[in-house]
Design a protein around this ligand. Structure first.
Ligand code: HEC
Ligand code: HEC
Length: 259
């Protein structure tokens, strides 16, 4: 009798979760078990303590965002369409997905916002002296050699953005490697990858012109594991300019970050 009652109660809680809170919110072990699940499934992108890596810093992203437990559960289940955040209905059952939500709540707001810089000064730098707009678009303005940065502040952690600016070749955004082709007359053409296989290479050069090559018709073609983004910003920018630039990048796609 007891057993049936519990099952019915659990079923009710799971069903009623559609419009409300975490059904495990009174389970004192949920966040602990969720931490273990997080380390296996989430830490490759969000860092071992959720502090962010190539994926956003979840100790901060969640607290200011007004997201409910149910919103978080939906993101963990379905992913965020059109972004690198995958859904986990396959690898994780419903209870384990709720446990990761419990864990996320336990770390939310744990760390203060670390950005010392001034985003307005960073914006001036970005569109001016630092020349970033030559290769990157923000809200449809700018160049196309590099990835669109309109939402980069909600897609990446601050530490990852710093690394992207200082050592661009350390972790190349998939689909944005450099391609170098040497033609039979010795002419060398360098650009960003737009397609590459054993027989052909497509690239976009710094004038945003598209080129397509057959391997048989050129002296050599190579997909390089380096970025076309200059690796000299650590020298060109002062420490405070870099902080300002990062504050600007971190605000992109995160309206709450400006507050
Ligand atoms: C393959 C990398 C990857 C994995 C694995 C991953 N995430 Fe994400 N996650 C991301 C990225 C990238 C974003 C930012 C998406 C965007 O551009 O808005 C994100 C966003 C999120 C958000 C939304 C944050 C916000 O701003 O509201 C939550 C919550 C989240 N992830 C939780 C998880 C949990 C929990 C797991 C493990 C079950 C997980 N993620 C696994 C890459 C990943
Ligand atoms: C000559 C073109 C060029 C310039 C100039 C340039 N970038 Fe890039 N950037 C790229 C390319 C190509 C990539 C993708 C390869 C990689 O990951 O480095 C990239 C990648 C990035 C990324 C990582 C994006 C992601 O999806 O994770 C960030 C952030 C970035 N650039 C910011 C900047 C900033 C800020 C500036 C100015 C200080 C700048 N870039 C100047 C070409 C450029």
């Amino acid at each position: 009798m007891m057993h049936t009652g519990c099952t019915v109660l659990l079923g009710f809680l799971l069903a009623s979760a559609a419009n409300a809170e975490n059904p495990l919110q009174n389970d004192p072990h949920a966040a602990d078990v969720g931490r273990g699940v997080f380390r296996i499934y989430c830490s490759p992108c969000h860092g071992i303590r959720g502090q962010g890596a190539r994926g956003p810093d979840l100790t901060q992203a969640i607290s200011g965002s007004g997201k409910s437990d149910d919103d978080l559960f939906r993101i963990v289940s379905e992913g965020s369409p059109g972004t690198e955040m995958p859904g986990f209905t396959g690898p994780l059952d419903e209870e384990n997905r709720w446990r990761t939500v419990s864990y996320l709540r336990s770390i939310a707001g744990q760390r203060p916002a670390p950005l010392a810089g001034n985003p307005a000064a960073g914006r001036d730098l970005y569109w001016g002296k630092a020349g970033c707009a030559a290769c990157h678009r923000i809200n449809s303005k700018g160049g196309r050699q590099g990835p669109d940065l309109s939402r980069i502040g909600s897609a990446r952690s601050a530490s990852y953005l710093r690394e992207s600016v200082l050592t661009p070749s350390a972790d190349i955004t998939p689909g944005y490697n450099a391609i170098v082709v040497v033609q039979k007359d010795g002419k060398k053409i360098t650009g960003v990858e737009r397609g590459y296989d054993n027989f052909t290479a497509q690239l976009m050069d710094s004038k945003e012109e598209f080129h397509s090559f057959d391997k048989a018709a050129v002296a050599s073609m190579k997909l390089e594991s380096r970025s076309l983004m200059p690796d000299t910003y650590g020298k060109l920018l002062s420490a405070s300019e870099l902080d300002n630039l990062l504050a600007y990048l971190s605000s992109l796609g995160r309206p709450e970050a400006g507050k």
